[in-house]
Structure formats: C-alpha cells, structure tokens
Design a protein around this ligand. Structure first.
Ligand code: SF4
Length: 275
C-alpha cells in the first residue's frame, strides 16, 4: 500500500468522527461572542420553567441595579460608551472626576478632546473613546438640543453608540424592558440554553421571547449580574447558584444535594405564595 493511501484524508476523518458510539465533542471554551460553539435551535426550557428561573432571580434580588455610576441620562450614556472592553469599576474610577467637571454635552465639548483623553486614560481604547465622547456630545447638541433621545434608532445614530449601549440607556434610565446583550448575557443564553443564538442580536431576540413579561424590566440586570458573579466564563460557581435545580446546562457541576442558596430562594417564593 502506498504511503498516500495509508494516510486518513479529511473525508474519512469526518466519517470517523460521526461513527455511532463516539462521545460527543465537549466544548472546551465557554460560549463567547467570538466563539458561540454549537448553538441550540431552541430554548431548553418551557414557559413555566423560564418563569421559575426569573421568579428565583426576583426572590433573590428584587431590585437589581447596574454598577456604573452616573448623574443623569447623558453621564449614563457616556459611562456605557466608555465601558466597552473595560470593567465598571475602572470606568467609575475614571468618570468620578470627569462627571464633576462635565455632566452635560455642552460642558464636555467645552472641555475638549485632549482633556477628556487625559481624564479617561486609565480605560482601554481611551483615545478612540475620547474622540467618540466629543463627537457624540456635539451631535446631541446639534440634533437633540443637548438631550439624550428616548429612542433606540436615534441613539444608535450617535458616534460610538451601538445597539447594546442604546439598550442599556433605554433600560436603566428610561425604564424600557430592553435586553442589552454583553459578553456575560451572550454566554449565559447559550450555556444554560435559555436563549441560544449565534449573534448578540439572536440572543437578544431569543431572550425577549424567554423572559416572562412580569420580569422584563429587570431581566437585563439579573442576567448580567448572574453571568458576571456566578455563571462565570471559566468556571461557573454552581454551588452559589439560585437556579441550580432549574438549570439544564451540561456544564453544571453535579452535587449530592441541591445547594443551600437554591433551596433558600425557592423557600422564599413558596412563603410568598402561601401568604
Ligand atoms: S447551575 Fe451552574 S451552569 Fe447552571 S446557571 Fe448556575 S452557575 Fe451556571
């Protein structure tokens, strides 16, 4: 047999991979915007199961709040714009002084790009962000009389403002039930399979379908906080998870008993229902 024939080609390798009995390929990395992995066609949860999940989040934290500091709609918009590829703590540190001297688009434009760049130089991509803050402020003054528009289309036309930023501002400041899909929310939607999708927009749409209307205002915060502190990218902390017994993720850590936190949160709901 010639050497060429003895080498497995791409086709035979593919066939071998499909052989029955071969264990399913395990996703080595948590789903991310860059690598969603194998995406489910639909949610793993029925309507009742999805309701139970958000009921737990509500019982655990009835009034969730974002972690970015702001004074008004404008400073919130600036803070969210600065938060791309940066931590909220880092953004808050940089904006503490900036917002004291410039809390309106007019004051920010008067401050100028060089000074804004200096103020935010501890944040990643600070040069581009300083430029966008000034351009965005100029456009707010020119097109909206210095006010932040309560409208996604208008927000998305501002320099440096994408759908995610617009959704955060609409949710936090204006109280719209929007869902901003960041890296945590994207991972969570796919990992637990409540809102699977290949792109942030797919996950946003799937999440809108999955979230019961009673919980739609705070869903964004619950999911972000859950992804940031509990269902983390590298190693989910299943032992501290309030939805442990409801979660259908294959990555869920197996314990002999349901973690206390999930039992306690469930008991809170039952007590509430009985009252
Ligand atoms: S049980 Fe584990 S995998 Fe499931 S949502 Fe909780 S932390 Fe994430």
């Amino acid at each position: 047999m010639s050497e060429a024939k003895s080498q497995p080609n791409a086709k035979s390798a593919k066939r071998a991979a499909k052989r029955p009995g071969k264990p399913a390929k395990i996703l080595k990395k948590a789903p991310s915007v860059d690598n969603p992995g194998r995406v489910l066609k639909r949610s793993r949860y029925s309507k009742a199961e999805a309701y139970a999940i958000f009921e737990r989040f509500h019982a655990d934290n009835p009034e969730p709040e974002g972690e970015l500091d702001y004074i008004n709609a404008y400073t919130l918009l600036v803070a969210v714009l600065l938060s791309a590829q940066a931590t909220d703590v880092g953004v808050n540190r940089a904006t503490k002084h900036l917002f004291q001297i410039a809390d309106t688009p007019e004051k920010m434009v008067a401050l100028g790009e060089d000074r804004v760049r200096e103020e935010i130089r501890t944040i990643g991509l600070f040069k581009t962000k300083a430029k966008n803050v000034i351009l965005m402020s100029e456009q707010l003054i020119r097109d909206h009389g210095g006010e932040v528009p309560e409208n996604r289309e208008a927000l998305e036309k501002l320099p440096g403002v994408g759908r995610k930023t617009a959704n955060v501002v609409l949710n936090i400041f204006f109280g719209h039930p929007t869902i901003a899909v960041d890296t945590h929310l994207f991972r969570l939607g796919n990992r637990i399979g409540i809102a699977p999708g290949k792109t942030p927009l797919d996950v946003e749409k799937a999440m809108e379908k999955a979230v019961p209307v009673e919980f739609s205002l705070h869903a964004h915060h619950w999911l972000i906080l859950h992804g940031r502190y509990i269902c983390k990218a590298r190693k989910p902390e299943c032992k501290r998870c309030v939805i442990y017994d409801l979660c259908k993720s294959p990555e869920k850590e197996k314990f002999d008993a349901i973690p206390d936190i999930a039992v306690r949160t469930k008991a809170l709901i039952l007590k509430d229902t009985a009252a």
